[in-house]
Design a protein around this ligand. Sequence first.
Ligand code: DOR
Ligand code: ZN
Length: 346
Amino acid sequence: MTSVTIRRPDDLHLHLRDGEPMRSILPFTAARFARALVMPNLRPPVTTTEQALAYRRRILDALPSGMDFEPLMAIYLTDRTEPAEVERAKASRHIVGFKLYPAGATTHSDAGVTDIRRVDAVLSRMEEQDLVLEVHGEVTDPEVDVFDREARFIDGVLAPLARRFPRLRIVFEHITTRAAVEFVLGSRAGIAATVTPQHLLMNRNALFAGGIRPHHYCLPVLKSQADREALLNAVASGDSRFFLGTDSAPHARAAKETACGCAGIFSAHGAIELYAEAFESAGALARLEAFASGHGADFYRLPRNQGRLTLVKAAWEVPRAYPFGAEQIVPLRAGEHIAWRLAEEQ
Ligand code: DOR
Ligand code: ZN
């Protein structure tokens, strides 16, 4: 049987939520990833070091005994974030960055930043302290076509920001377009991007295959086949500026299957397996390890993980739903197959 063994990976963009729903899904991530950068868009958002450390503690408390997993934390930037929060975050040693949600761009982003200039003092302090800025890169103007919002963000916000703070390290999160790939490739040192499994495996046709597919809806939304190919080429090239961040974003079934469904695709149940499919399809399975377990750790200046993880090429059927607190969650590929699975003995 074909198998691949890689250094244990890191998920550098993950939504875990909180409470019982978190307890239901955390083991999926901890079984695969040694560390994950946990997004702070709770309700209310995680806007201070104190809140981030308390959230980290709740994550560790929810971890089943015997599982070895380290949450890395980020703070949610708002118009009112104090520059002094940067020093507090740095001193905590568990916080690796601040997340920029343009207000209104996505799920639970209403407390986000209304104008990037309002956080200039914080960004300047981050540059001094060398904390990373994680960016949800979409403009929020409702007049802008939803498929163009990432490209417009690059020209209108991200490129000027990277110039104004030339030493600020920035992760352009969950990139979806050829324009984003080209921006990263053409940019100064200190700029990188995460890529999700869904944007490598699907294009926007998947939103409408045989009818509307709420479980394929995430933000930034799936893009064209040409964009998808640009992402595949970028990760398959082995360029160290591209690394793994699933953006696994669980929402209860009822919040997805409704007249106005939430954005977010849940992939934690099969995340590394789905990336293996994507890399294999691009003829680049040998590059999976660096993407999953090397580039991101290096960018965040974390030691690479010591453990190993083995994947075998053996298709399995994904359950139609998993428990999610008192509710249910519909995972990516529900009722269908994933071509790779984790080896029994890790
Ligand atoms: O699809 C998404 N879901 N995109 C985001 O940016 C946020 C996430 C969530 O929290 O559900
Ligand atoms: Zn996200």
